[in-house]
Design a protein around this ligand. Structure first.
Ligand SMILES: Cc1ncc(COP(=O)(O)O)c(C=O)c1O
Length: 395
């Protein structure tokens, strides 16, 4: 191992949402934060070097994306996801969520339906509702510890005035890597019903070794023309605070509509640090990612074993992708309020409560395992102690 992922780095007093936001969010400064999707792990050294170099230049005027920026991304996507992306298809968004909001505004009208598959990344709901569109749910089905799309239900949604679908591929929080046949069927549904498919693929580089990510747009040429793909180095290399994402839109008309709105609200300009980090990550981050994924896999195995052996009342839904682990806590027999209180007040861990992820999320919690093993173990020990104490007090 060339990188020390075991290093515990103090993040308090760094203006970190995850760590410095604990008191406000959970009401107790001693809660161990294992919620929002960033890592307690340093970014790849070449990225840190690129940022230092850029900082030392001392002039931070308006930036311009160079050809090397595009080349770094195009090359990464070709090598990692077998997808030949053209430079002209690429456009920008600060964060992926900003881009999703722009898409909703640019490509649908107030009152239109936007399809989602809960339990799913909760800002999707806010974006749709706050922009005056309607959430149309096509809930995932949980069967024997694995999630599946419900195509029978999907067909019933066809009449719901749906203009857009926001797909999470791979899926957060359920950790599912969608296979080609699922994407194919979903794509057929969208094409048949004239729905633009927005594929949020921000987690597509965090894939466990037995699985392979399929970019939705690679399913067919026809589907590529109706698909908008969101990617970023933010999750892959832990750069979320640098706010630099890429939006891939092969169809010229859709691309123009997206870009026009981006321009109208003047958020099409990158930031100098985000750009420097983006390019160096995709160019030089490969070794780091390879090693990080091995470390993460061990964290996952540790987590699975820990729950199996010491906290059997909580079942781990084994993720195929993402560093987010979806915990089935229904066996604890607590309602939504009680479960949330239990994790915060009794276990003193700050997780994401399952209910925020929409239908099917009640009784679940989302745990972020992208941290040094020691931190992970600390969190799991806290949950174990709280569960044991609850069980013994019931006896
Ligand atoms: C599916 C998904 N999309 C988007 C984001 C965040 O995007 P950004 O911070 O770039 O707006 C996350 C973060 O957890 C996510 O899980």
């Amino acid at each position: 191992m060339n990188y020390n992922f075991d290093e515990v780095i103090e993040r308090r007093k760094t203006n970190s949402a995850k760590w410095d936001g604990v008191l406000k969010l959970f009401g107790d400064k001693d809660v161990l934060p294992m919620w929002v999707a960033d890592m307690d792990i340093k970014a790849p050294p070449p990225v840190i070097e690129a940022l230092k170099k850029r900082a030392e230049h001392g002039i931070y005027g308006y930036p311009l994306r160079p050809t090397s920026y595009y080349d770094a991304f195009i090359d990464w996507i070709r090598r990692h996801h077998d997808w030949k992306v053209e430079k002209e298809w690429l456009t920008f968004s600060p964060g992926v969520v900003t881009g999703l909001s722009v898409m909703i505004l640019a490509l649908s009208r107030p009152g239109d339906g936007v399809l989602v598959q809960p339990p799913v990344y909760y800002p999707f709901f806010d974006l749709i509702e706050n922009n005056g569109r309607q959430v149309v749910n096509n809930p995932l089905i949980l069967e024997d510890g694995r999630y599946y799309m419900d195509f029978e239900d999907l067909e019933k949604r066809a009449g719901d005035n749906i203009k857009l679908m926001i797909l999470c591929n791979p899926a957060n929080p359920v950790g599912r890597v969608w296979e080609e046949e699922y994407l194919q069927r979903l794509g057929e549904f969208c094409l048949k019903n004239n729905i633009i498919l927005i594929s949020d693929e921000v987690h597509s580089d965090i894939i466990y070794s037995r699985f392979k990510h399929t970019p939705t747009a690679t399913i067919s040429k026809e589907l590529a023309q109706r698909t908008i793909t969101c990617m970023a180095p933010s999750k892959t290399f832990n750069l979320a605070g640098l706010q630099s994402s890429v939006i891939i839109i092969p169809d010229q008309d859709l691309r123009n509509r997206y870009k026009q709105l981006l321009k109208n609200i003047h958020i099409d300009m990158d930031n100098v640090f985000g750009m420097a980090a983006f390019e160096s990550a995709y160019k030089f981050g490969e070794d780091w990612l390879t090693e990080f994924l091995i470390y993460l896999h061990k964290n996952l195995e540790f987590t699975i074993r820990y729950f199996e052996e010491k906290i059997p009342g909580i079942k781990v839904i084994e993720p195929e992708a993402t560093y987010l682990v979806w915990l089935d806590c229904r066996g604890l027999g607590l309602n939504t309020r009680e479960l949330k209180d239990f994790m915060i007040k009794k276990a003193k861990v700050g997780l994401d409560d399952g209910s925020i992820f929409g239908q099917g999320g009640e009784g679940f919690q989302r745990l972020n395992i992208a941290c040094p093993r020691k931190t992970l173990e600390k969190g799991l020990r806290r949950i174990e102690a709280a569960v044991n104490s609850m069980v013994s007090s019931k006896r």
